[in-house]
Design a protein around this ligand. Structure first.
Ligand code: BES
Ligand code: MG
Ligand code: ZN
Length: 497
């Protein structure tokens, strides 16, 4: 476990120094420059490093206690935003790890602290550090693994009052950052290991670590009793047991109606009998990231002791094509009695979510938010950096977009509407699971998926289609390849404010 604290610089393998492109040196850096006989100003004078965003430059000192200074560019000061800042810090940490650093110091820039405020600066710097540090490399040979950090110290010149806010930010940033990495780890585990039962066990482990979390796991017989015909239908083609995971957190008053989070937990999506063509099946181990996002969020809420009541619901199974598999043309019956014609077994996410959205009604929820890797169409529409947001609740939309912005994630509103609700009507059942009979198979696919979910909703609701940015296929300078934990920070921000 890495230690994170606010402190003064005594010893570090690398000291990360964030730099603006266009402003004079901060006092802390000026002092360092003096200590190291103009090392920093010499580097700047060479023109190799100007503070442009994305730039990193490593300088070596003769100081045995602080061998390396790492300059990281933030771009122009007036453009400073949380996302760019976190990327710069992350790039600093990953570069430091490439030098096998175990003890890293990160300077908290005075300007950053004054722009974001000390709490937010401490919080986001810590989260960026923790996210950068994580690597999914346990399957690699030992000498190819990333050197884990032992200690991170945040340094700078601050007054006592600022310090206590920074401190709180660092402590809470640790709780959130570690929770995001829990989500990422769950996403990265290979699919033969990452089964619904495994996911359920992880939820139970989490509840052991945070006694405020209560779990309940439903198995097939329970689902049958409840009439979860859609979840049961999807799970039929797999030899692996489905699970319905319930995590309850009561941080608010007993009478407060809860917010319910629902996460798609398809531990592998082969497409089922409507099997995915070559190439499209790759990365489908990540199809449980909605579920992992919900679990990571629940963990963070418990760690932060947020004073709200929140319930996490995770319908989980595999979508596989064996002799028992549900078939195109089958008609499934959801928990609320809705009959669903299956026109494509690859539109399985909305089916399992349908039963979970029905189940959510039991809680008389104040609001429900579902997160799901629901449609490839959403990614086609938005690319890899924004997720789709669907809701008729203007208040939720505004607040969700603002929460995402606040933490450096991005949501983009896409439409719900009568035309989509019409398009998913079926000739033989109440609704159709893909709506492809009414279109060319691709047109408006993200909204058709959302309209399907909306059919089951009887409370204020928002749907996040995270098919766009749930993972980083190649790894970036600030975050390594694999699941990126998208959504956890946004949801935590949304819920606690
Ligand atoms: N899990 C996929 C969606 C997905 C695709 C997520 C690519 C991330 C990347 C989902 O179950 C699916 O297969 N959706 C279909 C829906 C269609 C059959 C109506 C899709 O997107 O093609
Ligand atoms: Mg699918
Ligand atoms: Zn899927």
């Amino acid at each position: 476990m890495t230690r994170y604290s606010l402190g003064s610089l005594t010893m570090a393998d690398v000291l990360v120094l964030p730099f603006f492109e266009d402003s004079s040196l901060e006092v802390y850096i000026k002092d360092l420059d003096k200590t190291y006989n103009g090392l920093i100003t010499t580097a700047l004078e060479s023109g190799d490093f100007t503070g442009k965003k994305g730039q990193v430059s490593l300088l070596y000192t003769r100081d045995k206690n602080v061998r390396r200074l790492l300059l990281v560019g933030l771009g122009p000061k007036k453009e400073l935003g949380i996302q760019r800042y976190k990327q710069a810090i992350g790039a600093g940490v990953i570069t430091a790890q490439s030098k096998k650093a175990e003890k890293v110091a990160v300077m908290l820039s005075e300007s950053v602290v004054s722009v974001f405020g000390p709490y937010r600066a401490g919080l986001e710097t810590t989260i960026a550090t923790i996210l950068a540090e994580y690597a999914f490399d346990e399957y690699k040979q030992k000498d190819n693994r990333v050197t884990p950090l032992v200690e991170v110290i945040f340094v700078g010149n601050f007054e006592t009052k600022t310090k206590s806010l920074l401190d709180r930010g660092i402590t809470e940033g640790q709780m959130i950052g570690e929770s995001v990495n829990v989500t990422r780890q769950l996403g990265n585990v290979p699919p033969t290991t990452m089964t619904p039962s495994y996911l359920a066990k992880e939820a139970e482990k989490m509840a052991k670590d945070f006694p405020k979390l209560k779990t309940k796991i439903l198995s097939r017989p329970d689902m049958k009793k409840l009439g979860m015909g859609c979840l049961l239908g999807v799970s039929r083609g797999s030899s692996i047991e489905p699970k319905f995971i319930i995590v309850e957190y009561r941080g608010g008053l007993a009478k407060d109606r809860p917010l319910v989070l629902v996460g798609k937990g398809i531990t592998y999506d082969s497409g089922g009998l409507s099997i995915k063509p070559f190439g499209y099946m790759n990365d489908m181990k990540f199809d449980m990231l909605g579920a992992a996002t919900v679990l990571g969020t629940m963990r963070a809420l418990a760690a932060l002791k947020v004073k709200k009541n929140v319930v996490g619901l995770v319908p989980s199974c595999e979508n596989m094509p064996d002799g028992e598999a549900y078939r195109p043309d089958d008609i499934l019956v959801a928990m609320d009695g809705t009959t669903v014609h299956v026109s494509n077994t690859d539109a399985e996410g909305r089916l399992i979510l349908a039963d979970a959205l029905c189940y959510a009604t039991n809680y008389k929820p104040k609001e429900v938010i579902d997160v799901a890797t629901l449609t490839g169409h959403c990614r086609i529409a938005l690319g890899m950096e924004r997720s789709g947001l669907f809701s008729d609740e203007e208040g939720m939309v505004k607040k969700l977009i603002a929460s995402a912005e606040e933490v450096g994630e991005r949501l983009w509103r896409l439409p719900l509407g009568e035309e989509y609700a019409e398009a998913i009507k079926s000739e033989v059942a109440d609704i159709d699971n893909s709506g492809i009979l009414n279109g060319d198979g691709r047109a408006g696919g993200a909204s058709l998926g959302a309209a399907f979910l909306q059919h089951f909703v009887k409370y204020p609701w928002a749907h996040i289609d995270m098919s766009c940015c749930y993972y980083t296929p190649k790894g970036k300078s600030w975050i390594r390849a694999g699941a990126n934990g998208f959504g956890v920070e946004t949801l935590v921000e949304y819920i606690r404010n």
